[in-house]
Design a binder for this molecule. Structure first.
Ligand code: AMP
Length: 320
C-alpha cells in the first residue's frame, strides 16, 4: 500500500536488521540512494544491523560496494528497495525474503510491489527522495558527510548535472543542503564525468556514426566488435547515452548497444516526445523522457527506430 514518510520511519525504527537493495546495472542514483539511506540509518541507529546488497558496480566503486549478506540475515529483516521500478530489475532476488518490504522510487509506479511503497515521479531522483526522508525524520536518520556525498552524486547523475527537466528549485535546495555538509563536490563531479581513452574514442564514434532518422529522431548502433576493440566493459558504454542530445536538431534519440549474446540493450532519451511507451512495448520501461528496453535483433531495432520517428512526428504536430 502507499505509505508516507512517517510510516516508513516507523518501520525503520521497528526493525533491528535492515537490507537495502537497488537495481541491476546500477547508476549513481541507484547507488547514492541505497548507500545514502544505509549511512543515514547507521548514523541514527548505531545498534541496528544495516546491509546493502547487489551485484557488480563497475566504475562506480567510489560510491558504494555491495556487502555479503547470508540468507539467514533476511529472517525478520526489513527490506527496502530504492530506485527500482519493477521486481525483475531488483539486484539480488532475495528482496522478498524479509519480514517487510518497502519500495522507494521516482519511476512510474507500474509495478506497485512491496508492503509499503513511496513513489514520487516528480522527484529528480531517488536520492532527492531519500534526502527528504532524512529531513522528515527529525534526527532519527542522520545526514552525515558521507551520506550527503553519495546522495549528491545520485542527484547529479540523474539530473545530468542539473540539466534535465525534472530538476526543480527543490532539487537545487536539496543539493545546497548536501554540499553544506562539506564533502568534496568537485571530486564527485570529476569521478562522475572522467572518461577512459576508450570511452573518449566511443564518443567520437557516436558523432561520426549518428543517423538522423527525421522528425528530430536520431540513433546510433554500437557493435560488440567496437566495444571489444576499444577495450571497454559493457557498463562503460553508458557514458555515451546522453551524447546525441547535444546535437542541434535532435529531439529524441535511441542507442542500440549489442550484448555478447547478439541482442541489443536499448537506451531512449527525449527532450519532449514521451518515449517510455515505446520502451514498454519492447520489454522495458522507465521515465517518460528516459527509458530502456531490449531488442532481440537488428530487425527489432528497425521497428523501434520507426516508432521513434513516429513519436517525433506526433510531437511536432501536437507538442505534449
Ligand atoms: P538507461 O538508459 O539504462 O539509463 O535507463 C533509463 C531509465 O529507464 C532508467 O531510469 C531505468 O531505470 C529505466 N530502464 C532501463 N531499462 C529498463 C528496463 N528493461 N525495464 C524497465 N525500466 C528500465
Amino acid at each position: 500500500m502507499e505509505a508516507n514518510f512517517a510510516q516508513i520511519l516507523e518501520k525503520i525504527q521497528a526493525y533491528d536488521k535492515i537490507v537495502i537493495h537497488r537495481h541491476q546495472n546500477p547508476d549513481p542514483d541507484a547507488l547514492g540512494s541505497q548507500g545514502g539511506l544505509a549511512t543515514a540509518i547507521r548514523a541514527g541507529y548505531p545498534e541496528k544491523q544495516v546491509r546493502t546488497v547487489g551485484g557488480a558496480v563497475g566504475d562506480l566503486d567510489w560510491l558504494n560496494q555491495p556487502e555479503e549478506v547470508s540468507d539467514d540475515f533476511y529472517q525478520g529483516a526489513l527490506v527496502i528497495v530504492t530506485d527500482t521500478a519493477n521486481t525483475p530489475r531488483i539486484s539480488d532476488p532475495r528482496f522478498d525474503q524479509g519480514a517487510f518490504l518497502i519500495k522507494i522510487d521516482h519511476h512510474p509506479n507500474d509495478d506497485a510491489y512491496g508492503d509499503y511503497y513511496y513513489v514520487q515521479t516528480s522527484a529528480s531522483s531517488s536520492s532527492e527522495i531519500i534526502t527528504d526522508l532524512i529531513n522528515a525524520s527529525a534526527g532519527q536518520l542522520v545526514l552525515t558527510q558521507e551520506a550527503a556525498r553519495v546522495l549528491y552524486a545520485g542527484i547529479v547523475g540523474d539530473t545530468g548535472r542539473f540539466m534535465y527537466n525534472a530538476t526543480t528549485a527543490h532539487t537545487f535546495n536539496v543539493a545546497a543542503q548536501l554540499v553544506s555538509t562539506g564533502f568534496d563536490h568537485t571530486a564527485v563531479s570529476e569521478n562522475l564525468y572522467e572518461m577512459t581513452l576508450g570511452q573518449a574514442r566511443l564518443q567520437s564514434t557516436v558523432f561520426d556514426q549518428i543517423q538522423f532518422d527525421g522528425q528530430g529522431a536520431a540513433h546510433v548502433v554500437i557493435s560488440q566488435a567496437l566495444i571489444k576493440k576499444l577495450g571497454l566493459r559493457d557498463d562503460q558504454v553508458n557514458s555515451i547515452v546522453s551524447t546525441p542530445g547535444r546535437l542541434k536538431g535532435v529531439l529524441l534519440w535511441s542507442l542500440y548497444v549489442e550484448k555478447p549474446d547478439g541482442t541489443y540493450r536499448v537506451h531512449f532519451r527525449s527532450k519532449g516526445p514521451i518515449i517510455n511507451g515505446i520502451a514498454k512495448a519492447h520489454n522495458g520501461g522507465g521515465h517518460p523522457l528516459a527509458s530502456g528496453a531490449s531488442a532481440r535483433d537488428l530487425e527489432e531495432v528497425q521497428t523501434i527506430i520507426q516508432a521513434m520517428v513516429a513519436a517525433g512526428a506526433a510531437y511536432q504536430v501536437t507538442p505534449q
